[in-house]
Design a binder for this molecule. Sequence first.
Ligand SMILES: [Zn+2]
Length: 347
Amino acid sequence: MSFSVIGGINGLTKIGDIYMIKTVMPFPLRENNCFLAESEDGWCVIDTGVNIQQNKEIWQKALKYLGISFKHIKNILLTHYHHDHMGLAGWMQELSGAKVLLPKEDIITFTTYITGNYYEEVRQDCFQAGWSDMLTHDLVADVHSIEILVRPFPEITELPDNYTFDFGGTTFTCLPLPGHTDGHVVLYSRQKRLLLSGDNIVPHTILHLTDWPHTRLTDPLNTHLAGLDVLSGFPVVSIIPGHGDVFNNLEERIGIIKKHHMRRKEVVYAGIKDGFTAWDLTAALFKESNYIHIKRLLLAETLAYLEALNEEGLVKKDICGNSFVYKRISTDLNFNFMDKLAVSNPS
Ligand SMILES: [Zn+2]
Protein backbone atom coordinates (compact mmCIF):
# COMPACT_ATOMS: atom_id res chain seq x y z
CA MET A 1 0.00 0.00 0.00
CA SER A 2 1.67 3.19 -1.15
CA PHE A 3 1.50 6.04 1.32
CA SER A 4 2.53 9.57 0.47
CA VAL A 5 2.23 13.05 1.95
CA ILE A 6 0.71 15.56 -0.44
CA GLY A 7 3.12 18.46 -0.63
CA GLY A 8 2.11 21.80 0.76
CA ILE A 9 -1.13 20.83 2.45
CA ASN A 10 -0.96 20.17 6.13
CA GLY A 11 -2.78 16.98 7.09
CA LEU A 12 -3.46 15.69 3.58
CA THR A 13 -1.95 12.31 2.73
CA LYS A 14 -2.68 9.68 0.12
CA ILE A 15 -3.00 5.96 0.82
CA GLY A 16 -3.35 4.16 -2.49
CA ASP A 17 -6.17 6.12 -4.13
CA ILE A 18 -7.69 7.26 -0.85
CA TYR A 19 -6.98 10.74 0.47
CA MET A 20 -6.71 10.99 4.24
CA ILE A 21 -7.44 14.39 5.76
CA LYS A 22 -6.48 15.05 9.35
CA THR A 23 -8.94 17.46 10.93
CA VAL A 24 -8.42 19.06 14.33
CA MET A 25 -10.53 18.81 17.45
CA PRO A 26 -10.55 20.74 20.73
CA PHE A 27 -10.38 17.56 22.84
CA PRO A 28 -7.59 15.30 24.18
CA LEU A 29 -7.34 13.24 20.96
CA ARG A 30 -6.56 16.55 19.17
CA GLU A 31 -7.10 15.31 15.61
CA ASN A 32 -9.11 12.80 13.66
CA ASN A 33 -8.90 11.19 10.27
CA CYS A 34 -11.40 11.79 7.50
CA PHE A 35 -11.27 10.26 4.04
CA LEU A 36 -12.08 11.24 0.52
CA ALA A 37 -11.93 9.20 -2.69
CA GLU A 38 -13.46 9.05 -6.11
CA SER A 39 -15.89 6.21 -6.64
CA GLU A 40 -18.15 4.91 -9.44
CA ASP A 41 -20.86 7.13 -7.98
CA GLY A 42 -18.92 10.43 -7.71
CA TRP A 43 -16.67 11.44 -4.83
CA CYS A 44 -17.31 9.96 -1.41
CA VAL A 45 -16.34 11.22 2.05
CA ILE A 46 -15.90 8.99 5.08
CA ASP A 47 -16.21 10.94 8.36
CA THR A 48 -15.96 14.71 8.45
CA GLY A 49 -14.39 16.18 11.63
CA VAL A 50 -15.99 18.55 14.14
CA ASN A 51 -17.68 21.69 12.93
CA ILE A 52 -15.11 24.41 13.58
CA GLN A 53 -13.85 27.02 11.12
CA GLN A 54 -10.35 25.53 10.96
CA ASN A 55 -11.73 22.20 9.72
CA LYS A 56 -13.90 23.87 7.08
CA GLU A 57 -10.73 25.52 5.76
CA ILE A 58 -8.86 22.18 5.79
CA TRP A 59 -11.62 20.65 3.62
CA GLN A 60 -11.77 23.66 1.30
CA LYS A 61 -7.98 23.55 0.74
CA ALA A 62 -8.01 19.78 0.14
CA LEU A 63 -10.80 20.01 -2.45
CA LYS A 64 -9.09 22.94 -4.17
CA TYR A 65 -5.85 20.96 -4.36
CA LEU A 66 -7.72 18.03 -5.92
CA GLY A 67 -9.44 20.34 -8.40
CA ILE A 68 -12.96 19.42 -7.30
CA SER A 69 -15.81 21.29 -5.64
CA PHE A 70 -18.26 20.20 -2.94
CA LYS A 71 -20.76 19.49 -5.74
CA HIS A 72 -18.59 16.52 -6.76
CA ILE A 73 -19.28 14.84 -3.39
CA LYS A 74 -22.24 12.48 -3.73
CA ASN A 75 -22.04 10.43 -0.54
CA ILE A 76 -20.88 11.10 3.02
CA LEU A 77 -20.57 7.89 4.99
CA LEU A 78 -20.23 8.08 8.77
CA THR A 79 -18.66 5.26 10.79
CA HIS A 80 -20.65 6.49 13.81
CA TYR A 81 -22.57 9.49 15.08
CA HIS A 82 -19.98 11.10 17.40
CA HIS A 83 -19.31 14.79 16.82
CA ASP A 84 -15.72 14.27 15.62
CA HIS A 85 -17.00 12.06 12.80
CA MET A 86 -20.37 13.59 12.02
CA GLY A 87 -19.69 17.23 12.90
CA LEU A 88 -19.29 18.74 9.44
CA ALA A 89 -21.72 16.39 7.66
CA GLY A 90 -24.59 18.91 7.76
CA TRP A 91 -22.37 21.74 6.51
CA MET A 92 -20.96 19.56 3.75
CA GLN A 93 -24.42 18.33 2.79
CA GLU A 94 -25.65 21.92 2.42
CA LEU A 95 -22.76 22.65 0.03
CA SER A 96 -22.89 19.39 -1.92
CA GLY A 97 -26.40 17.99 -1.71
CA ALA A 98 -24.72 14.67 -0.83
CA LYS A 99 -26.47 11.79 0.86
CA VAL A 100 -25.36 11.33 4.50
CA LEU A 101 -25.29 7.65 5.46
CA LEU A 102 -25.32 6.57 9.10
CA PRO A 103 -25.77 3.06 10.56
CA LYS A 104 -29.32 2.36 11.75
CA GLU A 105 -28.47 1.89 15.45
CA ASP A 106 -26.68 5.22 15.46
CA ILE A 107 -29.64 6.92 13.82
CA ILE A 108 -31.72 5.67 16.78
CA THR A 109 -29.08 6.93 19.24
CA PHE A 110 -28.76 10.28 17.50
CA THR A 111 -32.50 10.92 17.37
CA THR A 112 -33.01 9.71 20.94
CA TYR A 113 -30.21 11.57 22.67
CA ILE A 114 -28.99 14.39 20.48
CA THR A 115 -32.19 15.68 18.93
CA GLY A 116 -34.45 14.29 21.70
CA ASN A 117 -35.01 15.38 25.32
CA TYR A 118 -31.61 14.41 26.66
CA TYR A 119 -32.30 14.76 30.39
CA GLU A 120 -35.45 12.64 30.21
CA GLU A 121 -33.67 9.96 28.20
CA VAL A 122 -30.62 9.57 30.47
CA ARG A 123 -32.10 10.37 33.90
CA GLN A 124 -33.06 6.82 34.86
CA ASP A 125 -29.79 5.26 33.65
CA CYS A 126 -27.74 7.88 35.50
CA PHE A 127 -29.67 7.39 38.75
CA GLN A 128 -29.45 3.60 38.44
CA ALA A 129 -25.66 3.92 38.09
CA GLY A 130 -25.58 5.93 41.32
CA TRP A 131 -25.35 9.47 40.00
CA SER A 132 -27.08 12.37 41.72
CA ASP A 133 -29.44 14.69 39.90
CA MET A 134 -26.67 17.31 40.00
CA LEU A 135 -24.17 15.10 38.17
CA THR A 136 -26.87 14.15 35.69
CA HIS A 137 -27.54 17.83 35.01
CA ASP A 138 -23.78 18.42 34.58
CA LEU A 139 -23.80 15.71 31.90
CA VAL A 140 -26.80 17.28 30.17
CA ALA A 141 -25.01 20.66 30.09
CA ASP A 142 -21.82 19.07 28.75
CA VAL A 143 -23.60 17.20 25.96
CA HIS A 144 -25.50 20.33 24.97
CA SER A 145 -22.24 22.29 24.86
CA ILE A 146 -20.74 19.76 22.42
CA GLU A 147 -23.85 19.67 20.26
CA ILE A 148 -22.81 22.90 18.56
CA LEU A 149 -19.91 21.00 16.96
CA VAL A 150 -22.42 18.90 15.01
CA ARG A 151 -24.74 21.66 13.79
CA PRO A 152 -26.31 22.05 11.32
CA PHE A 153 -27.66 18.53 11.68
CA PRO A 154 -27.65 16.68 8.36
CA GLU A 155 -30.60 14.95 6.80
CA ILE A 156 -29.68 11.31 7.42
CA THR A 157 -30.15 8.21 5.27
CA GLU A 158 -29.90 4.75 6.83
CA LEU A 159 -26.76 2.85 5.87
CA PRO A 160 -27.96 -0.49 4.46
CA ASP A 161 -26.77 -3.66 6.25
CA ASN A 162 -23.45 -4.96 4.88
CA TYR A 163 -23.33 -2.01 2.50
CA THR A 164 -20.70 -2.61 -0.17
CA PHE A 165 -19.35 0.28 -2.17
CA ASP A 166 -16.49 1.44 -4.35
CA PHE A 167 -14.06 3.85 -2.67
CA GLY A 168 -11.01 4.87 -4.66
CA GLY A 169 -11.25 1.79 -6.87
CA THR A 170 -11.40 -0.54 -3.88
CA THR A 171 -14.52 -2.45 -2.83
CA PHE A 172 -15.29 -1.97 0.85
CA THR A 173 -17.97 -3.64 2.96
CA CYS A 174 -19.38 -1.94 6.06
CA LEU A 175 -19.36 -4.33 9.01
CA PRO A 176 -21.14 -3.50 12.25
CA LEU A 177 -18.83 -3.69 15.28
CA PRO A 178 -20.88 -2.26 18.16
CA GLY A 179 -19.37 -0.98 21.39
CA HIS A 180 -17.84 2.46 20.91
CA THR A 181 -21.35 3.29 19.70
CA ASP A 182 -24.21 0.84 19.20
CA GLY A 183 -24.10 1.22 15.42
CA HIS A 184 -20.35 1.69 14.83
CA VAL A 185 -19.17 0.21 11.51
CA VAL A 186 -15.71 -0.60 10.19
CA LEU A 187 -14.97 -0.76 6.47
CA TYR A 188 -13.16 -3.79 5.18
CA SER A 189 -11.66 -4.60 1.79
CA ARG A 190 -10.87 -8.30 1.44
CA GLN A 191 -9.39 -7.59 -1.99
CA LYS A 192 -6.81 -5.05 -0.72
CA ARG A 193 -6.61 -6.44 2.85
CA LEU A 194 -7.38 -3.00 4.13
CA LEU A 195 -9.40 -2.02 7.18
CA LEU A 196 -10.79 1.42 7.96
CA SER A 197 -11.28 0.81 11.67
CA GLY A 198 -12.98 4.02 12.80
CA ASP A 199 -12.83 4.26 16.60
CA ASN A 200 -13.09 0.52 17.15
CA ILE A 201 -9.32 0.08 17.22
CA VAL A 202 -6.63 2.77 16.99
CA PRO A 203 -2.84 2.42 17.26
CA HIS A 204 -1.91 4.69 20.16
CA THR A 205 -4.62 4.45 22.79
CA ILE A 206 -7.67 2.44 23.85
CA LEU A 207 -10.86 4.31 23.10
CA HIS A 208 -14.02 3.79 25.15
CA LEU A 209 -15.67 0.46 24.50
CA THR A 210 -19.15 1.65 25.43
CA ASP A 211 -21.23 4.72 24.67
CA TRP A 212 -23.10 4.71 28.00
CA PRO A 213 -25.57 6.26 28.72
CA HIS A 214 -26.30 6.36 24.99
CA THR A 215 -26.45 2.61 24.59
CA ARG A 216 -28.98 -0.17 24.39
CA LEU A 217 -26.33 -2.91 24.62
CA THR A 218 -26.80 -5.13 27.69
CA ASP A 219 -23.18 -6.40 27.79
CA PRO A 220 -20.95 -3.86 25.99
CA LEU A 221 -17.66 -5.43 27.13
CA ASN A 222 -18.33 -8.88 25.68
CA THR A 223 -19.94 -7.31 22.60
CA HIS A 224 -16.73 -5.33 22.02
CA LEU A 225 -14.49 -8.35 22.65
CA ALA A 226 -16.55 -10.45 20.24
CA GLY A 227 -16.04 -7.71 17.63
CA LEU A 228 -12.29 -7.85 18.16
CA ASP A 229 -12.45 -11.63 17.65
CA VAL A 230 -14.16 -11.03 14.31
CA LEU A 231 -11.38 -8.64 13.28
CA SER A 232 -8.62 -10.96 14.40
CA GLY A 233 -9.71 -13.45 11.72
CA PHE A 234 -9.16 -10.93 8.92
CA PRO A 235 -6.02 -11.15 6.79
CA VAL A 236 -5.37 -7.41 7.09
CA VAL A 237 -2.20 -5.72 5.88
CA SER A 238 -2.98 -2.08 6.75
CA ILE A 239 -5.34 -0.59 9.29
CA ILE A 240 -6.41 3.01 8.74
CA PRO A 241 -7.88 4.26 12.02
CA GLY A 242 -10.25 7.10 12.91
CA HIS A 243 -7.48 8.65 15.04
CA GLY A 244 -3.70 8.25 14.83
CA ASP A 245 -1.51 6.84 12.10
CA VAL A 246 -1.87 3.88 9.76
CA PHE A 247 -0.67 0.68 11.46
CA ASN A 248 -0.25 -2.98 10.63
CA ASN A 249 0.10 -4.92 13.90
CA LEU A 250 -3.60 -5.74 14.25
CA GLU A 251 -3.18 -8.98 16.20
CA GLU A 252 -0.76 -7.36 18.62
CA ARG A 253 -3.12 -4.41 19.21
CA ILE A 254 -6.07 -6.73 19.77
CA GLY A 255 -4.01 -8.69 22.31
CA ILE A 256 -3.05 -5.48 24.16
CA ILE A 257 -6.66 -4.24 24.24
CA LYS A 258 -8.02 -7.55 25.51
CA LYS A 259 -5.40 -7.73 28.25
CA HIS A 260 -6.16 -4.13 29.27
CA HIS A 261 -9.84 -4.94 29.68
CA MET A 262 -9.19 -8.16 31.57
CA ARG A 263 -6.91 -6.32 33.99
CA ARG A 264 -9.50 -3.60 34.50
CA LYS A 265 -12.18 -6.20 34.99
CA GLU A 266 -10.06 -7.85 37.70
CA VAL A 267 -9.60 -4.50 39.43
CA VAL A 268 -13.35 -3.83 39.30
CA TYR A 269 -14.17 -7.33 40.52
CA ALA A 270 -11.76 -7.06 43.46
CA GLY A 271 -12.95 -3.54 44.32
CA ILE A 272 -16.63 -4.37 44.79
CA LYS A 273 -17.97 -3.86 48.28
CA ASP A 274 -21.48 -4.97 49.21
CA GLY A 275 -24.01 -2.26 48.49
CA PHE A 276 -21.75 -0.28 46.13
CA THR A 277 -23.37 1.42 43.18
CA ALA A 278 -21.39 1.56 39.94
CA TRP A 279 -20.50 5.18 40.74
CA ASP A 280 -19.38 4.31 44.33
CA LEU A 281 -17.04 1.75 42.82
CA THR A 282 -15.79 4.12 40.11
CA ALA A 283 -15.03 6.83 42.68
CA ALA A 284 -13.24 4.29 44.93
CA LEU A 285 -11.10 2.85 42.12
CA PHE A 286 -10.23 5.66 39.77
CA LYS A 287 -8.70 9.08 40.20
CA GLU A 288 -11.47 11.64 40.33
CA SER A 289 -11.72 14.17 37.56
CA ASN A 290 -13.62 17.44 37.75
CA TYR A 291 -14.63 17.10 34.14
CA ILE A 292 -18.04 15.46 33.77
CA HIS A 293 -17.08 13.89 30.43
CA ILE A 294 -14.23 11.98 32.11
CA LYS A 295 -16.50 11.02 35.02
CA ARG A 296 -18.93 9.66 32.44
CA LEU A 297 -16.25 7.61 30.62
CA LEU A 298 -14.91 6.11 33.87
CA LEU A 299 -18.40 5.24 35.06
CA ALA A 300 -19.30 3.83 31.65
CA GLU A 301 -16.31 1.52 31.69
CA THR A 302 -16.95 0.37 35.26
CA LEU A 303 -20.56 -0.35 34.34
CA ALA A 304 -19.43 -2.36 31.32
CA TYR A 305 -17.24 -4.58 33.54
CA LEU A 306 -20.00 -4.91 36.15
CA GLU A 307 -22.57 -5.88 33.52
CA ALA A 308 -20.18 -8.49 32.10
CA LEU A 309 -19.53 -9.89 35.60
CA ASN A 310 -23.27 -9.96 36.23
CA GLU A 311 -23.91 -11.76 32.93
CA GLU A 312 -21.20 -14.28 33.84
CA GLY A 313 -22.84 -14.96 37.22
CA LEU A 314 -19.89 -13.65 39.26
CA VAL A 315 -21.62 -10.56 40.56
CA LYS A 316 -25.19 -10.04 41.73
CA LYS A 317 -27.08 -6.88 40.92
CA ASP A 318 -30.04 -5.67 43.02
CA ILE A 319 -32.18 -2.58 42.91
CA CYS A 320 -31.95 -0.34 45.98
CA GLY A 321 -34.11 2.79 45.78
CA ASN A 322 -33.34 4.40 42.42
CA SER A 323 -29.97 2.67 42.02
CA PHE A 324 -28.50 -0.72 41.28
CA VAL A 325 -26.13 -2.08 43.91
CA TYR A 326 -23.65 -4.89 43.33
CA LYS A 327 -22.06 -7.65 45.34
CA ARG A 328 -19.59 -10.39 44.58
CA ILE A 329 -20.99 -13.90 44.69
CA SER A 330 -17.66 -15.58 45.46
CA THR A 331 -15.34 -14.63 48.31
CA ASP A 332 -12.35 -15.31 46.07
CA LEU A 333 -10.89 -11.88 45.35
CA ASN A 334 -8.23 -13.03 42.94
CA PHE A 335 -10.27 -14.32 40.06
CA ASN A 336 -7.86 -14.42 37.15
CA PHE A 337 -9.60 -13.20 34.02
CA MET A 338 -6.30 -13.35 32.11
CA ASP A 339 -6.29 -17.15 32.45
CA LYS A 340 -9.87 -17.21 31.24
CA LEU A 341 -8.87 -15.11 28.25
CA ALA A 342 -6.01 -17.50 27.47
CA VAL A 343 -8.39 -20.48 27.55
CA SER A 344 -11.09 -18.86 25.42
CA ASN A 345 -8.63 -17.44 22.93
CA PRO A 346 -5.62 -19.73 22.59
CA SER A 347 -3.99 -17.63 19.87
ZN1 LIG B 1 -13.57 9.63 17.11
